[in-house]
Design a protein around this ligand. Structure first.
Ligand SMILES: NC(=O)c1ccc[n+]([C@@H]2O[C@H](COP(=O)([O-])OP(=O)(O)OC[C@H]3O[C@@H](n4cnc5c(N)ncnc54)[C@H](O)[C@@H]3O)[C@@H](O)[C@H]2O)c1
Length: 284
């Protein structure tokens, strides 16, 4: 099944990034937030991001106008009814996502594929909330979605081959490289990345070096574009903590047990770029 109209639920960092990326690649996008004011401000954020791309000469004015013209921002879930594919990208919380899949199953047409952008949670549990488990899979974009080239297509044991093929084709039409992964917490990238990020926080807590020097060391010594603390701030510390908790819950590997400092920072609402403060200060 070829996708023409995409629905996105959730307008945080990832929902807005996926909307931007898909509309730039020719898909009609219905972006659903919980309130119309958030939906409108998310659309304004996408407009700003496209204006920046234009300033840098990466986008023509007509391409920007076409991309914006393809996005509808709404607070009404039933506006997703005509979508061929819906990607859920709300907070990393299994109960919230389960409730949403139940609702999406009710409002979407029978042919619609329901996908999740979860970083770690069991996709099969979301599939079993619906009457169409064979049409549910993971489509995991990376942050920032318009820039990062990878998409993990996650195959729960309930998914049909047709669903996985359609998800892969959608990702490739968004200009991404798709890899297929089994439904295991963290898939490939986060299962390997998060022990590293968690151990960087442990290293900071034990006073081996400053955060600036650890970031500098990993950039200069490993060729990484961002050090671990800049990356944690970009991902969001709340999302990072939820990812570690899900990984630890599934594997009980001590490398996944979130370091106390990370949990304390989330309790203090120091969430990284999105709250203005995390390991670094973004308020100025
Ligand atoms: N941040 C990343 O780097 C990254 C990368 C890939 C995938 N993801 C995944 O994408 C999803 C969204 O993450 P994000 O980084 O965009 O988070 P975010 O905090 O920026 O946005 C979360 C969104 O969920 C909505 N939300 C919160 N509680 C809700 C509820 N009870 N019901 C409905 N909506 C609710 C918020 O309004 C917001 O729109 C998560 O599953 C996350 O694991 C995140």
């Amino acid at each position: 099944m070829s996708v023409a109209q995409l629905g996105i639920v959730g307008s945080g960092i990832m929902g807005s990034g996926v909307a931007e990326c898909a509309s730039l690649n020719g898909f009609g996008v219905v972006l659903r937030s919980r309130s119309q004011s958030t939906a409108d401000s998310t659309l304004a954020g996408i407009e700003k991001s496209l204006a920046k791309a234009m300033e840098k000469g990466r986008l023509a004015e007509s391409e920007r106008d076409d991309a914006l013209g393809r996005i509808t921002a709404t607070s009404d879930l039933s506006e997703l009814a005509e979508c061929d594919l819906v990607i859920e990208s709300v907070v990393e919380d299994i109960e919230v996502k389960k409730h949403l899949f139940h609702e999406l199953d009710r409002v979407c047409k029978d042919h619609t594929i329901l996908a999740t952008n979860t970083s770690t949670l069991p996709v099969v549990e979301l599939a079993m909330e619906t009457g169409r488990p064979e049409k549910v899979c993971g489509i995991h974009f990376f942050n920032p979605a318009p820039v990062m080239s990878l998409v993990e297509v996650v195959r729960p044991i309930t998914a049909s081959d047709e669903t996985v093929v359609s998800a892969r084709e959608f990702a490739e039409r968004c200009g991404k490289t798709a890899v297929e992964v089994k439904d295991r917490a963290g898939f490939v990238v986060n299962a390997l990345l998060f022990p590293y990020l968690n151990n960087a926080v442990r290293m900071l807590e034990s006073g081996v070096a400053s955060k600036e020097d650890i970031d500098c060391a990993m950039k200069g010594g490993c060729g990484f574009p961002l050090g671990p603390f800049a990356l944690l701030d970009l991902v969001g510390l709340d999302t990072s903590l939820a990812i570690l908790d899900a990984l630890y819950g599934e594997f009980k590997d001590p490398n996944y047990a979130a370091v106390p400092l990370l949990r304390r920072m989330v309790a203090a609402e120091q969430l990284g770029r999105k709250s203005g403060q995390g390991f670094y200060d973004y308020r100025h």
